[in-house]
Design a protein around this ligand. Structure first.
Ligand code: PGA
Length: 252
């Protein structure tokens, strides 16, 4: 089983041509990644079928950026987890800070989405992280542990055995400000300890990704930290060479 993960969140960026070109370059470049590192891409929904086709038989896994908490019904514009599963999706982001902030997703909604993704046979990538104001008020650990506990309360601590956690300080996303390796490690260690206090075996095997302005230049030092098991990458995942370089950094 891969111990490291590099996940590329394309957000609302791509065209049918750029998506094809990026995937082609990633497929060609990813052959040099060892089995130790799982690469995952999260294209926008309309490009999932294209990505599924292009990634077939490769080591790169397919992810989706969002899923409805509902199984089906009158929810115009929404996409169920089962629909994503139909397109070969294996990972789904839940609770990304942009969804929490721009689409008012509460901890309860995030927990419901987490459960819906698992019920459909996929792995949720649960994103948690504090704002700049919360960090300045020394509330970082309080905030991330509360976001995590909301999911544990709803889905049970064992559910984290089939999930990935991504620590993404909101102030570091898309800003060019990366948490220092020490700042990130402190939070990652606290997240693992929080889970360990409830289920030591789950905590020991849980992958915790760091996200927030990760680049090829910062990845090495971040990934060298004890409790950092890879990265959730936005901007730098849109260019094949930089994302592949981040993949190389995960090899150690
Ligand atoms: P960024 O985005 O790498 O562009 O900061 C990370 C994310 O939002 O997942």
């Amino acid at each position: 089983m891969p111990t490291m993960m590099v996940a590329g969140n394309w957000k609302m960026n791509a065209s049918i041509e750029s998506s094809a070109a990026l995937l082609e370059d990633l497929v060609a470049g990813a052959t040099s990644l060892s089995e130790n590192t799982q690469m995952v891409v999260f294209p926008p929904l309309p490009y999932l079928a294209q990505a599924q086709q292009m990634l077939q038989g490769t080591a790169i896994a397919l992810g989706a950026q969002n899923a409805s908490e509902h199984a089906k019904g009158a929810f115009t514009g929404e996409t169920s987890a089962a629909m994503l599963h139909d397109f070969g999706v294996r990972y789904v982001l839940v609770g990304h800070s942009e969804r929490r902030a721009l689409y008012a997703e509460t901890d309860a909604v995030v927990a419901a989405k987490f459960k819906a993704v698992q019920a459909a046979g996929m792995i949720p990538v649960l994103c948690i992280g504090e704002t700049l104001q919360q960090r300045q008020q020394n509330e970082t650990l309080l905030v991330v542990n509360a976001q995590l506990q909301a999911v544990i309360d709803a889905a049970g601590v064992e559910s984290l055995g089939q999930a990935v956690v991504a620590y993404e300080p909101v102030w570091a996303i898309g800003t060019g400000l990366t948490a220092s390796p020490e700042q990130a490690q402190e939070v990652h260690g606290a997240i693992r300890a929080h889970v360990a206090s409830q289920a030591a075996n789950v905590a020991a095997n849980m992958q915790i990704l760091y996200g927030g302005s990760v680049t090829a230049a910062t990845a090495n030092e971040l990934f060298a930290q004890t409790d950092i098991d890879g990265g959730l990458v936005g901007g730098a995942s849109l260019e094949a060479q930089s994302f592949l370089a981040i993949g190389q950094a995960a090899q150690g």
